[in-house]
Ligand binder design. Structure first.
Ligand SMILES: O=C(O)COP(=O)(O)O
Ligand SMILES: [Mg+2]
Length: 252
């Protein structure tokens, strides 16, 4: 782990899900593809999905419907004429219902846990750190995914994009997670994969480390303002172990 400014003693970690623990692009692609087929709309490209993931499912669906409108405009109305997606908001409720049904039917089947995640979470637990999973995914998607991938046992709490009034990049979910952990934000490390996570962490006053392999809205992740970058979750745990050895905690 390369750490620039991570000097705080860490008492707990808040860990993002998509792009951090599990590569879920395949699930998004299949569920969106089935939703679009049901709405009689053409599919969207995988790299478009990758750029749109991370701000919750509602944002993802609105982005996909807006992309359909753009494609319809580009085709000079040829698609648009028969394509009610030219009014994305008009299709939103139907799209959202269809997406939920298709996503829940395939949840986890086209996704995989990133290398090092299980060993890394294990090592973080062995350091005595309580872990919270905080994702912008709806909680009803996140819980079965964690269970299907054998990751659910690592977390004292799991919070989704609909657990609180606002999602990341708003600081509220991180502040609520700290409250649930009973730890101060300054000593609670956010581990994520995107600017979304980093902005939320900065606003909440949490230190933040970003994984280098996730989805950062299509932008290079090392350009994001964060306290460190890690290639694996085991490297995060190793970084915290080394930091503890260099900075033994003063008791009392
Ligand atoms: O946007 C989503 O659905 C999930 O995103 P996150 O797990 O990276 O917060
Ligand atoms: Mg993420």
């Amino acid at each position: 782990m390369t750490v620039r400014k991570l000097t705080q003693v860490i008492d707990a970690c808040i860990i993002d899900l998509d792009g951090t623990q599990v590569d879920t692009l395949g699930d998004f692609e299949v569920a969106l593809g089935r939703m679009l087929a049901e709405l009689q709309l053409p599919p969207v490209a995988r790299d478009f999905i990758e750029r749109a993931v991370g701000k919750g499912s509602e944002h993802l669906i609105r982005s996909v419907l807006a992309e359909q409108m753009r494609l319809a405009d580009l085709s000079g109305g040829a698609i648009g004429a028969s394509c009610p997606a030219t009014q994305p908001e008009a299709r939103y409720e139907q799209a959202w219902r269809s997406y939920q049904q298709h996503y829940l039917a395939i949840n986890g089947q086209f996704s995989s846990v990133y290398p090092g995640v299980v060993a890394g979470l294990q090592a973080l637990r062995e350091l005595g750190l309580p872990l919270v999973c905080l994702t912008n995914k709806p909680l009803s998607f996140a819980k079965p995914l964690l269970a299907a991938k054998g990751l659910d046992g690592f977390f004292v709490h799991v919070f989704g994009g609909d657990s609180f009034a606002r999602k990341k990049p708003d600081p509220l979910p991180l502040l609520e997670a700290c409250k649930a952990l009973g730890t101060a934000p300054a000593h609670t490390l956010m581990v994520g994969d995107s600017q979304n996570d980093a902005q939320a962490a900065r606003a909440a006053g949490c230190p933040v480390v970003l994984m280098t392999y996730g989805y950062n809205h299509g932008e290079p992740v090392r350009g994001v303002d964060a306290d460190g970058f890690a290639d694996t979750m085991t490297a995060v745990a190793a970084g915290l172990t080394a930091q503890r050895q260099n900075q033994p905690r003063k008791e009392g």
